[in-house]
Design a protein around this ligand. Sequence first.
Ligand SMILES: C[S@@+](CC[C@H](N)C(=O)[O-])C[C@H]1O[C@@H](n2cnc3c(N)ncnc32)[C@H](O)[C@@H]1O
Length: 499
Amino acid sequence: MLLFWKKPEVSLLSGNNVLSPPRARASSSLTVTMSSDGDEQTPAAPSPETELTVTIGATVPTGFEHTAAEEVKEKIGADARVSRDRGRIYFPVSTEKLFQVHRLRSVDNLFVVVKEYDQYHFKESKEETLTELQELASKLPWTNALEVWKLNRTLKKKKGHRKGGNATKAKPDSEVSDATEQEESAQERPAAEDAPDPEDTPDPEPAAADKLLKFRVTCNRAGDKHSFSSNEAARDFGGAVQEFFQWKADMTKFDIEVLLNIHGEEMVVGIALTEESLHRRNISHFGPTTLRSTLCYGMLRLCKLQASDVILDPMCGTGAIPLEGAIEFNSSFYIAGDNNDMAVNRTFNNICHIQKRRAEKGSSPGLPVDTVRWDLCRLPVRTGSVDVIVTDMPFGKRMGSRKKNWDLYPSCLREMARVCRPGSGKAVLLTQDKKCFSKAISRMGGLWKKLHTVWVNVGGLHAGVYLLKRTAGVFGQTPEDVHESPGRVYKQTDEKEDD
Ligand SMILES: C[S@@+](CC[C@H](N)C(=O)[O-])C[C@H]1O[C@@H](n2cnc3c(N)ncnc32)[C@H](O)[C@@H]1O
């Protein structure tokens, strides 16, 4: 919930120290540094040249927290802690590795932690709690988090303010939304390029020091035992932050977004380091059900891809899965197919967009991915020639129907089993139509073995990511192969392409 309060505007702080609150108050609260675990310590705050270690918080696709923690360990060497609050992880990072944090593929939004409370004892009465939140603003160890925020700005390319606000869209009283971009139409929009490229020369950032900072507070609250709403918390805490720092509140064109994440008794105050979710990074041509790149990454990681694997996304939509694979796991080759012309065109455009972007940066534009129009139930692919299938199946909600899935799912599981390499082939399939999927897979025991299921949240829907292994059974010699009549294949004929 966004901060929304009205206060008279305050006078500007002159000089180049607008990140610091007025001196009188600074003595009591800002002569501290923060250790990696967030404890307050003396002595004085470090200069920007000093290397800091801070705690970074990241929102990740729910269900893939441990995958994200693995990636952090692998790429940054830090041990991440999975929050009780699903969809978040925390890890320590020194400022010299800050740019690497933006290059993680499994994280949606990043923030630097100002202070964490494992068990914050919220008062019973609303008034008391809100007063306490107001008082808290001046007591928090802001210094290091603000230094990191400042450094983060210099790392990023200057992008100016985004239309309609800078940051995470939060739902009232909810976690940061884990939704796909279902609400986005097929309109073209620029892909996010938030992740700073270490090869880029950082822009100098003279403005940050000299201008009046604008800010907003966003409160994400979960739990039913609070006497206050997220709106009220954001409003009162935000008012106190404004008074303390003498910043100017601006709900849309803000420089700093202060986060107040409350989950039951856990409370984390942070400062956002991303202006928009990193999951938008690859896609410029969105479709009705474009999957978050972060979720695609999690699905691809589940497959433990090997060099020179041939990977198929037979229902690729806008190509989010194969595109993420071709960028991040680029020693495999990806084939992206769909039976809908619009989907194939979008995938093609998304591939071209990334290639163009790469060429402009002077890096090799080539991507190991191709796109084709096909019907999944009759793939023009040789039997046993594919190593891994990764796909996001129609849920039967936004287009098509659950009824059609009863035909589609068995047909596509059979055809996938045909093209997949017996004994070693794998499939990672996402669907929300769990009942239909479970029924279909239960009849395919000779061809597929279900290894693992990750439960995820896709646009507010509870869905399963199923990891299947292709049995050694030879296609054409198991009862399942002849179970379904090929004539009962679901074919899409209208304009609606996804669900
Ligand atoms: C849930 S969407 C995939 C969305 C995609 N992951 C993305 O990020 O855009 C399912 C896709 O399956 C495609 N589809 C449905 N039936 C199909 C079939 N028989 N053969 C090929 N594609 C099919 C639809 O056109 C749709 O694009």
